[in-house]
Design a binder for this molecule. Sequence first.
Ligand SMILES: *Cc1c(COP(=O)(O)O)cnc(C)c1O
Length: 472
Amino acid sequence: MEDRKFTLRQIPKVDEVLKMPGIEDLTGVYPRELVVEAVRKTLDEIRQIIIEGRVDNGGGGGWNGPEGIRGRVVSEVERMTRPNLRRVINATGVVLHTNLGRAVLSPAAIEAVYMAASGYSNLELDLDSGKRGSRYAPVEGVLSRLTGAQSSLVVNNNAAAVLLALGTLARGREVVVSRGQLVEIGGSFRIPEVMEQSGAVLREVGSTNKTYPDDYRRAINERTALLLHVHTSNYRIVGFTRETTVEELAALGREAGIPVMSDLGSGSLLNMDQFGLPPEPTVQQTVAAGADVVTFSGDKLLGGPQAGIIVGKKELLDRMKKNPLTRALRIDKLTVAALEATLREYLDVRGVVQNVPALRMISSGREQLRSRAEALSLLLEDAAGERAGISLEKDQSAVGGGAMPTADLPTWLVSVKPAGMAVEELAGRLRQGNPAVIGRIRDDRLLLDVRTLLKDEDMILAGALAAALGRE
Ligand SMILES: *Cc1c(COP(=O)(O)O)cnc(C)c1O
């Protein structure tokens, strides 16, 4: 192998590389430690290349002396200094993809975040009286109007909402829950463990598939603090089943003088069956059914920022507001801004489905998606040339975010079958781009679901595909 003309002994020292023209300049721009780290990494890489016999004198995988080292160090520094959090084009078809940041905000919510971030705001100042106000005030009125609840509180996420509610209302006392509702939501949120953290004592009743009102009634004693109903967001028990409804629990609670809490998880404000989805109890229905406390996420079906929303009886919410934990779990001004704007979208009953991206995506019909997919496939054919075969496929999308696991969301996919490259390689290159593109791999095809693409992303996606296939 003539190409193998470099040996381990020829690899320069870190100090020598740092003095090389083109690299020395870097230390004037970036912290010296960062450049040193990039040089070390580069030299390690070159050592590895030589050991594995991959030296090819300048081509793809090798190094070619000082020039090659410089190039590698510069790209390493670029890699190290570019933002880690990057824009991603979500072509997975999973609308509320937790790994991709769940809900995309509405234009009004984005504007509100921009306003709150770029200047001062009356976050905790009551502009009428000039006195100190509550950071929850901007959302309290609209939450009551939308849900019919007396009072509300917003914390960091729904896991925090459940923790705060249990810790305030049931610390050191018993909470009665059905065995069919001891759920685990992704990312290690488990009802029994949250209960333990809150200091409440779990009192399981019934069985996995059947729990009757009488099971709760028999468990009630002088230590009982709360009857808890948990929405089994991410799974369904089907067949021979019986769950006790919130309404039945509320009747029991009234009889025994014990408050009833419902952890709704997704907590939609709209009837999802209008989109052909399985019926889900809305927040306002749950409040009307008699739940004293209802908790739900801001960034699931609501389509807003990450937040945990608690609505319910004023007396119970007031106790939560006084809990020192509330201070630790409080939301920041950007969340207040985004949440208020998102909730206001729901006051426009006709516009909300189009204005809130999560709802628009969920409600898109297959015919609408078909024309979108056809248009995208033409762009992608152009972008791919001979390097990939483009076609259309029918499939199902998913709501995601641990919501509606059984929902039918018929969709159209654009399928990309690379010709001279493994599909994993293509997917890997698309992930490395900026913006990154994430699709689904099935057999030898990369599948791009148009349901979760935003308005302006088709062209960007085509450009990313061309680059990943080496056509530019
Ligand atoms: C998603 C979910 C949670 C956790 O909500 P986050 O906002 O993700 O913290 C809690 N309970 C239920 C039933 C859920 O579906």
